[in-house]
Write a protein that binds this ligand. Sequence first.
Ligand code: PLP
Length: 351
Amino acid sequence: MLTIDLGALAANWRALAARVAPAECGAVVKADAYGIGIEAAAPALAKAGCTTFFVAHASEGVRVRTVLPRATIYVLNGLLPASLPLLIEHDLRPVLGSLEDAALWAKAKRLRPCALHVDTGMNRLGVAPGDVAALARMPLAVDLLMTHFVSSEDAQDPFNDMQIARFGAIRGQLPHARTSLANSSGLFLPQKPFGDLVRPGYALYGGNPTPGLPNPMRAVVRLEAPILQTRVIEAGARVGYNAQWTAHRRTRLATIGIGYADGLPRAAMATDDRVGGEAMVAGVRCPFAGRVSMDLTVIDVTDVPEPDLKGASACLLGEDIGIDELGLRAATIGYEILTRLGARYHRVYVG
Ligand SMILES: *Cc1c(COP(=O)(O)O)cnc(C)c1O
C-alpha cells in the first residue's frame, strides 16, 4: 500500500517558497508528479499557493490543465511538431530548447508565450549561449529564460559558479523575460541562484536536496507491504532464488508481499557479499534476506519481539527509511525509486 501525504507535500512547497521569497516557487510535476499522481499532487500544490507548473511532455501538461484551468504550465522537453495542437488547445508554454524549436514556434504561433532554455553546461537540452542574441531578434514572446544545473546537489562543484556566470552573461539579451535556474538542490546553494522563479521537484516529494546533510523535507510517501508468513531457519540455511543469502544464526524470517514488479528495486537484494535494503516491522529495522523476487521479498525479523506477525505491516519507505536511503541500498538515486513506484499499489491519499 502506498500512502501519499498531500499535507506533507503542501508543507514542503510552503517551506521552499518561504526559502526563496521574494522569488516565485513553481513545482515540477513531470513523470506523474514523480510517481505520486499528477491529479492529486497538482491541486494540492495549487491550494498551497503554487501557480506555475513544469511537466516534461505535452500530454502531462494536458493532465495538469484538466485539474488546474488557470495555472501557468511549461513543457520542459521542448517542441515536437506533433505536440503543437495540444500546446495550443490547452494553453501550454513550450520550453524552447533549440533553434529548430524556436523557428517552429515563431512560425506557428507567433507571440504566444514560451520559455527559452539556455544550455550552460549540461549538453542535453537548450540553445548555446551564443545563439541567444539571434533568438532575441525572432518574433517570440519569451517570458521565461531558464537553465538547468549539472550538479547542484554538490555545493562544492565549480560547475555551479560557472553555470551561474554563463547565465548571467546572456541574461541581459532578453531583459523582459523572467529568469529561472534552480532545481531542488539549487535552492540550497550558497550562491542563492533563485532568479525570479525556482523549479523544485524532488524536494517537494520528500527527497533530500542536500545529500550528506540531514533532510530538511518531510516524507511524502509511505510504502507498506503485509507479512504473508513467517518461518524459523537454522544457521547455515539459505534463502531465496539461487540461495544467495546464508543465515548466520537461527533466524526468524518473514515473507512480505512486495517485489520488483511493484517497483521495489531488485538491486536492493541482500546476498552473502552485499547488504541490501531494510524494512521497519514494529519499530525494528529488519534487513532483506536474499533476492527480491517479482512479488515477494524475505526479511530477517529475528529481532522483532512480537510472536505473531502474520498480516502485520512491513514499512519499506516512510519517516524511518527514506527514498534516498533505499536508493543508496539499490545502487541508484531516490529519484528513480520514486518514479518507479508502480501503478500496482493501492494508493491512498491523506492530508
Ligand atoms: C526535473 C527538472 C527539474 C526538477 O529537478 P529536481 O532535482 O527534481 O528538483 C527542474 N528543472 C528541469 C529542467 C528539470 O528537468
